[in-house]
Structure formats: C-alpha cells, structure tokens
Design a protein around this ligand. Structure first.
Ligand SMILES: Nc1nc2c(c(=O)[nH]1)N[C@H]1C(S)=C(S)[C@@H](COP(=O)(O)OP(=O)(O)OC[C@H]3O[C@@H](n4cnc5c(=O)[nH]c(N)nc54)[C@H](O)[C@@H]3O)O[C@H]1N2
Ligand SMILES: Nc1nc2c(c(=O)[nH]1)N[C@H]1C(S)=C(S)[C@@H](COP(=O)(O)OP(=O)(O)OC[C@H]3O[C@@H](n4cnc5c(=O)[nH]c(N)nc54)[C@H](O)[C@@H]3O)O[C@H]1N2
Ligand code: SF4
Ligand SMILES: [Mo]
Length: 710
C-alpha cells in the first residue's frame, strides 16, 4: 500500500486524518476527516485543493452529521405485501426477495422488464459496476440515471460541436484570469460557493463578469453586467450576441477558417437575431446585449459557461449550441485562458456519464450501438458481444413507462430520489407504485425508499474508497475514514451479491465477475475505457494520490493527463469544431389566461437536490427550513399576496403550496421555487415533462402556472 491515507481505512487506526472530498457537488472541495476515537464523531476540516483553495460551503462543513444520524439505515427493510409497512429484515431475506422478484418478472415479461436507475453521485467504480450489472447480470437495456436531468443537454451539445463532452475542458483556475467571464444560468454563489473566489480574483484583476439569469441572484449581484431574460429565451440571447459580434467585426476569422466547419450557415441564422428583435423576445435591452457582445469580443481571454438555467429546457441542447457557436466565432475554445465550458452539477456528474449507466452508453463514453465498442467491452466483461442489450430509453421516459403494459415491472434505484426530483413527480410516483418490485439502495429512507418493497442500507462517502471525476474532468480519490457501521454494505458489495444470485447473459470463458474491492473495479474500468473517448487507462489510484488528481483523457501511465483540451485539434473526425445552426423557439408551455405566470426552479445554498440528505442536517434545516415561492411585489400586489402568505402554485399537472417570498429581484412575469422539498411543498408536482428532442432533458426551468393565496 503506497498511499498513506489508505492506512486509516482500518478502524484500529483512526487517529490518522483522512484526506478526501466533499460528498455533494461537482466542485468536490478538498476536505480532511478526523475522528477522535473509533466510531466517534467525525470532524470536517477544509483542505487546500485547486478547486476550493481551502474553502467549503455550509453543506460541506456539516456533511459528516449524516454518518451517525438517527435516520441512518442500518438494516434492510422489507414490505411483506402491498399496503403493509416496511419492516426490518435480514440481508438474506432481503436479497432473496429481490432475486425471487427479479426472476419472476424476467420469466413473465423478459429481461428488459427489470430496470435500473442510477445517479451522478456514485463513484466511477459504482457507476461502472451498475452499468455492467444491468447489461450483464440482469441483461436489460433499461438503465438510465439522474444525470439525464442534469448534464445531458450540455453533453449532447458538446459532443456535436467538439466530438467530446468534458464539462470544463480547462482547469477551473482559468476563470480567475479571464478578462470577460459570461455565466449563463449559473448561480454559483449558492451552488458552488468556494468557486466565488475565482470570480473575486477575476474582478480584482479588472475583469468583466456578465451573468444571465431571470433573477438577481447572489451571483448576479457580483456581476459587472446582469442580463435578466424571460425564462427560456437564452438561445435568442446567444444568437443576438453572435449577431452583434458579426456586425461589429469582433470575430476571429483566422480561427474560424483554420479550426472550425459550418460557419456560413450559422452566420446566416445569426443575421435574423438583430438586437431589437431579441430585446422583444427576451426582455434584455439592446444596450445590454451590445455591451455583453463587446466585452466578450474584445477580451484577450474570455470564458463562456452554461449551467442548468440555460440547459434544463426542451431546447437545452440548441441553447448550449448557441453559446458554443458564439465561443467558436470568437475563437475561444483551445485558446489559452479562454474557452466554453459547462458547470457539471453532481459530485460525480462528469464520471457518472462516462462509465455506462446511461441508456445508450458503454464505459469510456462509448456508444452501445457501436459494434467495435460492444466487442471491446464484452471482452472485458467476459460475455458474448451479441448478448449485450442495445440502447434503452432516457430517464423520464423510463420512469414514465414503469408498470405499464410494455414497460418495466421491476426497478432498482441506486443514488437518486425521483419522487422528489423527477418532473411531473405525481405521475412518476404513480408509476413507481404500479411496479411489481421496487428496490432502493440508500443510507436514509428517502421519499423513493418509502415506496420500495425492499430498501438496502448502503455505505456513505466517508466509509468507502473510490474515485470521482470533478467538473474539470480531474479524477480524484475518495478515501474511507472508517468501515460502514454493522449491518450496512457498500453498493459494490450489494451488486456483487445480487449478480451472484442471478443468471447472467450468455458468458464467455470464466464469465463475468463483480469485484467488491473498488481498486479492483477501477483496474477493470481502466481496461474497459481504453481507447474510448473518456480514456482512463493511464490513470491509477497511486497516480491520483501523487498528482492532485489526473485529468482524462489519459491513455498512457507514463504521460500526463489532459488538463487543457482542444489546444491543437478537436475530437471530431477532421479535428475541426462544428458550428450548428440553431433557431429560437417558444417554450413548451406558453403562459395563457388560465396559467399566466412563468415558473422557474432551482436551488438554495443550504439544501442539496431532493433534500434526502440535507433536510436531515440540523444547521442546514435552520438555514433553509422550508420551500418558498419567490415573486415580484408587483405581481404579488395584483394577486393580493403579502410576504409570508401561503400561496398555491398550480399548473396543468398539479399544485404545490409554500410561503410567498416577495422580492424585487425577480422578473414580474416569473416566479421561482427551489425543488429540495417533498409532500405539498414539492415543486416537481407542478413542473413540465416536456423533453428536449436530442438530450431528453426535461424542461425544469420553465412552465406556465397560476399563483394564488392558499
Ligand atoms: N446548494 C446546492 N448546490 C448545488 C446543488 C444543490 O442542490 N444545492 N446541486 C448541484 C447540482 S446537481 C447542479 S446540476 C448544480 C446546478 O447549479 P446551477 O445551475 O447554478 O443551479 P440552479 O439553481 O438550478 O440554476 C441556476 C440559475 O438558473 C436560473 N434560471 C432559471 N431559468 C433560467 C433561464 O431560462 N435562463 C437562464 N439564463 N437562467 C435561468 C435560476 O434563476 C438559477 O439562479 O448545482 C450543484 N450544487
Ligand atoms: N424542479 C427541478 N427539479 C430538478 C432540478 C431542478 O433544477 N429543478 N434539477 C435536476 C438535477 S440537475 C438533478 S442532478 C436531480 C437530482 O435529484 P436526485 O437524483 O433525486 O438527487 P439526490 O437528492 O442527490 O438523490 C440521491 C439519493 O441517493 C442517495 N445517495 C447518495 N449517494 C449515494 C450512493 O453513493 N449510493 C446510494 N445507493 N445512494 C446514494 C441519497 O441519500 C439520496 O436519497 O434533480 C433534478 N430535478
Ligand atoms: S461547494 Fe460543493 S463540494 Fe464544496 S463544500 Fe459545498 S457542496 Fe461540498
Ligand atoms: Mo444536477
């Protein structure tokens, strides 16, 4: 064992601090865990790491509170019959129930009738094992994950422009040195607070920060220039910026000629987005559009970033393409200190989309319908290539098909809480209830676990080793401080146990194995990814320890990884980046007399995602105790609503209730609600399930609602 930090994984040796990373978001802040005594309270200390530079947000500081929380699951739970309460059960009983349930469904309806739903919080090793488990042990094509709700639009747009999808194709530190930084639909001051250090550095160097958000967020307040569009109009804004840059001669013509293809068509499209038209479409004044285009077009170093505000739309892929087109026309991607990037969200949002838990994908970011990819991966897995299933359907389509005549009858969930986080959540809940078998592996009884037939208690981040790939494409080491509590197993152990009990698809040679040691899984993952787009074959755990993480692609153990991509060529067949012409179109659900207000949704600093973890942590509950509906005082006055009044928000799909929070920082035509709460405060009862045609991303960021005093 070359890694000193690993010594502390033995409970006999807990006096040693363990250097690891936060369990939550994609910034993956460095932290040190310390326990005064074996099994005792764990203290979190911030640690210097390039992404957080010694900073942590409140969620990171309090992350250890869930380790020995009274809500922690330490025994499997079982429901004996529909309508009965969940009761504690032994592992043998729980695993038997799953095996019998899966077999019964497979016999009656075939292998595709058992589905898997994964998460972008799983380590690379777990995401890899889950994808393999689905294809090999279950033999089902039906696996997808919550990253579909998160990263998929930016991923698809990145693939079609650059031939590869890595959130940031450059190190985060580049943000601090940008002369102009454009943030489109990103509220980093709440979603990645330590990243604000880079924004401060950028401003102190005299840089210009432009924020595009329908709300004056904590991030927008730091901006030099804030564009406040109507939700769902960013694509038009992006095209207008390109139009202005064209008109004012700000384009990098040499770069366009040497490094890109397809500009002529995009130029023709951009001609139709003159600023006055886009002011009408988006509400952003012409002068602000011009100022933004000039700040970007005249900067030596310019960075354009998108996040969920721009991406979670039924035209999210095209919207991202509009901003990539702009970046390409200005010659940014691959230029030192410049570029386009997307801010990945979940802890392993990046790695989670590379190793095969996506419906159409095999490890190494390979396509499951590519014969060469199937052959390579089948070889690593010990199965016949033709035995591997084909592509399945996307996350929402999968959830929406559960329990229907042709849909899956059993579902295994690892690392997501769709009852709270899926769009049109009441329907998704009905679908989950219609299953013959629902299995949830989690460390708390989430709202989804509440509906399950079997709940399996699983290890938490401080109790497991593994790797995560942060928003920069930097592969990091998660290190265990201590083993899981008695009665709790790791996800890898659970998958291995189940694989052992099930009949795999037709095998070759010794057949598939499911190691429980994450280091062994990583070794296999390296082989499976070799030669793929996301090539990890040159990365080892020891190397990660020695180098503060390793950036993929890294095909060679003796050569450095790739912190900066696109310096010479793009990952397309001809090495050129591709412009993609994109036109603005209306949101899927326009406002109307019955539903006259736009709803948009998002996050608050002190809660994480579906809230399954953070709603249980005292200081976070104090900081953000409940849902709310943000509305402009003018709108409130029209509705007769005062600050603190309980309001009902209704769409064609359902309603939610929460106290009104009056603020002039939001557009008067739009209300905002965070999605971290369940029950009657669940905003996803209201949100739209319109999907992007390419990424299948739901339109979380805009639908039409009615707001009234409850
Ligand atoms: N505190 C906290 N931090 C988190 C998370 C969390 O749950 N809580 N989750 C993590 C994850 S998984 C993710 S994906 C990231 C997300 O990080 P962000 O993308 O920063 O988060 P959101 O709040 O979803 O959306 C950002 C902003 O988009 C704005 N917006 C809404 N509609 C539009 C629109 O049409 N156009 C534009 N331009 N903006 C719009 C919203 O007002 C909001 O301020 O955060 C990560 N970090
Ligand atoms: N309205 C609206 N809805 C949204 C969004 C929005 O902006 N607006 N954002 C979307 C986005 S970007 C995202 S990423 C999704 C996220 O939504 P979810 O997928 O629901 O994410 P989490 O709340 O992180 O759920 C993770 C669950 O798995 C458990 N868990 C965590 N780590 C592990 C692990 O290693 N193993 C196992 N077995 N379990 C684990 C946690 O306890 C928790 O119950 O929500 C989406 N929903
Ligand atoms: S910013 Fe993200 S990674 Fe850092 S402490 Fe907060 S939640 Fe954890
Ligand atoms: Mo996300």
């Amino acid at each position: 064992m070359t890694d000193g930090a690993r010594a502390a994984t033995h409970s006999s040796d807990v006096s040693q601090d363990v250097a690891t990373h936060c369990p939550y978001c994609a910034l993956q802040c460095g932290m040190t865990l310390r326990a005064a005594e074996p099994g005792g309270r764990v203290e979190v200390l911030p640690r210097q790491f390039p992404t957080n530079r010694g900073g942590l947000c409140q969620k990171g500081w309090t992350a250890a509170e869930l380790l020995d929380h009274p809500d922690r699951l330490t025994t499997p739970l079982l429901r004996d019959r529909p309508g009965a309460e969940l009761r504690p059960a032994s592992w043998a009983e729980a695993l038997d129930r799953i095996t019998t349930g899966v077999r019964t469904v497979q016999e009656s309806y075939g292998r595709d009738a058992v589905a898997v739903f994964g998460g972008g919080g799983l380590t690379n090793e777990k995401a890899y094992a889950l994808g393999k488990f689905a294809r090999v042990a279950l033999g089902t094509r039906n696996i997808d994950y919550n990253g579909r709700f998160c990263m998929s639009s930016a991923a698809a747009a990145g693939m079609r422009a650059f031939g590869v999808d890595r959130g940031l194709p450059f190190p985060l530190a580049d943000l601090g040195t940008a002369d102009t930084l454009l943030l489109v639909g990103a509220n980093v001051a709440e979603t990645m607070p330590p990243l604000v250090r880079y924004l401060i550095e950028q401003r102190q160097r005299g840089g210009t920060l432009i924020v595009v958000d329908p709300r004056v967020t904590a991030t927008a307040r730091q901006a030099t220039l804030h564009l406040q569009p109507t939700p769902g109009t960013d694509l038009a804004v992006g095209n207008a910026l390109l139009h202005i840059a064209l008109a004012e001669g700000l384009l990098d013509k040499d770069y366009i000629a040497a490094r890109t293809s397809g500009f002529d068509q995009v130029r023709r499209v951009a001609a139709g987005y003159w600023p006055a038209r886009v002011e009408q479409l988006s509400g952003v004044p012409v002068a602000d559009l011009e100022a933004a285009a000039r700040a970007l077009g005249t900067a030596e170093r310019a960075v354009i970033l998108t996040a969920r505000g721009a991406e979670q739309h039924a035209k999210g892929v095209d919207t991202v393409s509009a901003f990539i087109n702009l970046a390409l026309a200005l010659g940014l991607p691959g230029r030192p200190g410049s570029g386009y990037g997307c801010l990945t969200g979940q802890g392993n949002g990046q790695g989670g989309r590379e190793h095969g838990q996506k419906a159409d994908q095999l490890p190494g970011y390979r396509r499951i319908d590519d014969p060469a990819a199937r052959e390579h991966v089948a070889g690593v897995w010990g199965v016949a290539p033709e035995a591997l299933p084909g592509p399945g359907v996307s996350a929402y389509e999968l959830l929406n098909a559960l329990g229907t005549a042709d849909g899956p009858k059993a579902l295994l969930v690892f690392g997501s809480n769709p009852v709270v986080s899926a769009p049109r959540a009441a329907r998704v809940t009905d679908r989950l209830r219609a299953l013959d078998l629902l299995v949830v592996a989690d460390f708390v009884r989430s709202e989804t676990a509440d509906l399950a037939d079997v709940v399996l208690p699983t290890a938490q981040w401080a109790e497991e080793d593994g790797t995560m790939t942060n928003l920069e494409g930097r592969v990091l080491r998660r290190r265990a401080l201590r083993p899981p509590p008695p009665g709790v197993r790791t996800d890898l152990a659970i998958l291995a146990e189940l694989a052992d009990r099930l009949d795999p698809v037709s095998t070759v040679g010794a057949g598939p194995v499911f190691p429980t040691d994450p280091r062994e899984v990583f070794t296999e993952l390296r082989r499976a990814s070799a030669g793929g787009t996301a090539d990890y074959s040159g990365i080892s755990w020891d190397r990660i320890d020695a180098e503060q993480g390793v950036f993929w692609p890294c095909p060679d153990p003796d050569r450095p990884g790739t912190p900066r991509m696109f310096t010479d060529r793009f990952a397309t067949p001809d090495g050129r980046a591709r412009f993609v012409p994109v036109e603005h179109r209306a949101v899927a659900e326009e406002v109307c007399p019955d539903y006259p207000v736009y709803l948009t949704t998002g996050r608050v600093l002190a809660q994480y995602q579906s809230g399954a973890q953070t709603r249980r942590i005292g200081p976070l509950r104090t900081a953000a105790p409940n849902a709310f509906v943000e509305l402009h005082p003018d709108l409130a006055a029209r509705l007769g609503v005062e600050d603190g009044d309980e309001v009902r928000v209704t769409s064609r799909r359902g309603e939610m209730r929460a106290p009104a929070r009056l603020t002039p920082t939001i557009r008067p035509d739009t209300v905002f609600a965070p999605f971290h709460w369940a029950g009657t405060a669940r905003i996803n009862s209201v949100t739209s399930d319109a999907l992007d045609p390419v990424s299948r991303m739901p339109e979380f960021k805009v639908c039409a609602v009615r707001v009234e005093k409850a």
